[in-house]
Design a protein around this ligand. Structure first.
Ligand code: HEC
Ligand code: HEC
Ligand code: HEC
Ligand code: HEC
Ligand code: HEC
Length: 169
């Protein structure tokens, strides 16, 4: 009897620990890890202005992720070495499309415009995206988590609006 109770105690403990670990995981990493089709290297393109590839970032709501035509402007031959990567590159070059996955995303009920923050407020990309410029591989999660609290912290510091209706549709 005692042994059974001990065993049950351990099982309950194990479940509690597993549950807590999962909860912490979900809070820190609310999205599943993203795997990009190719190991794009931001650091190797550091001499270029971000806007060359992220074209809408100064003029529109979305920064946009570059399609294959942008890459082909500079890379007539595949800039990758291993066979799998060359195959992926060649197929993408032929289709003029590569399926980059977005990692930063806020819900549809929130207004957000890059132009407002990059052009008008003159903020660095790094203040919201962390050190993307020095990444040698694509991150599986946003380097800095985008949350309402993060938006509000900066809005309070910089005397921008904290009115619900400014951000929410
Ligand atoms: C303005 C020109 C330019 C554009 C546009 C460009 N690249 Fe490059 N890329 C370079 C140069 C220059 C290098 C070599 C850098 C070095 O080796 O230091 C390079 C290197 C690379 C490498 C090799 C990196 C490594 O780790 O050795 C890859 C992969 C790559 N580019 C992918 C891309 C992709 C994907 C795009 C489109 C999203 C793209 N490039 C757009 C100029 C460009
Ligand atoms: C040569 C093209 C190129 C340049 C220049 C470039 N990027 Fe990127 N960027 C990409 C590609 C391709 C991806 C998707 C793959 C990845 O995450 O590495 C990306 C992804 C990103 C993302 C994640 C977007 C998302 O899915 O939410 C951020 C943030 C970003 N870049 C910021 C920057 C910043 C900041 C700079 C300038 C310091 C910059 N990029 C310069 C090509 C580029
Ligand atoms: C004030 C914070 C902030 C700044 C500054 C900022 N971003 Fe973003 N970025 C975001 C948010 C929030 C999203 C998610 C937008 C959405 O889901 O509509 C995002 C998304 C992106 C994406 C994903 C694709 C897309 O079309 O939106 C890229 C790429 C990106 N940002 C690049 C940049 C670059 C490059 C800069 C600097 C020139 C920059 N961002 C500056 C907050 C910021
Ligand atoms: C690092 C600082 C910073 C962060 C982070 C930031 N903002 Fe802002 N935001 C500003 C500043 C500064 C302005 C005022 C820009 C201007 O219009 O001159 C602004 C303006 C705005 C406006 C226009 C407000 C109005 O008065 O109409 C909206 C909407 C907005 N931000 C949404 C967001 C959202 C949503 C997020 C989070 C995803 C966010 N911001 C994160 C600094 C920030
Ligand atoms: C500076 C912009 C900003 C302001 C001001 C703001 N919010 Fe938000 N809010 C956001 C962002 C961004 C998210 C999405 C966060 C995420 O995806 O983690 C959000 C999410 C929410 C959510 C969660 C909805 C969901 O998707 O689960 C609620 C509820 C909410 N906001 C209410 C409010 C109320 C009430 C106010 C006014 C007191 C307010 N917000 C002011 C940016 C803002």
């Amino acid at each position: 009897m005692r042994a059974v109770r001990n065993l049950l105690g351990w099982i309950v403990w194990a479940l509690l620990v597993a549950g807590a670990t999962l909860a912490i995981g979900v809070i820190w990493f609310p999205q599943l890890p993203v795997r990009q089709p190719l190991a794009f290297n931001h650091a190797k393109h550091k001499k270029m202005a971000c806007v060359v590839c992220h074209r809408g970032v100064e003029t529109g709501a979305w920064a946009t992720i570059p399609d294959m035509n942008t890459c082909l402007n500079c890379h007539a031959a595949p800039p990758v070495k291993d066979a799998t990567a060359i195959a992926i590159w060649s197929a993408a070059a032929m289709a003029k499309h590569i399926a980059w996955q977005r990692i930063n995303r806020i819900p549809d009920h929130v207004y957000f415009s890059h132009r407002r923050h990059v052009d008008l407020a003159r903020l660095d990309c790094a203040s919201c995206h962390g050190d993307m410029a020095d990444r040698t591989t694509p991150p599986a999660h946003p380097l800095t988590r985008i949350s309402m609290n993060n938006c509000l912290d900066c809005h309070r510091q910089q005397s921008a609006s904290t009115d619900c209706a400014r951000c929410h549709k």
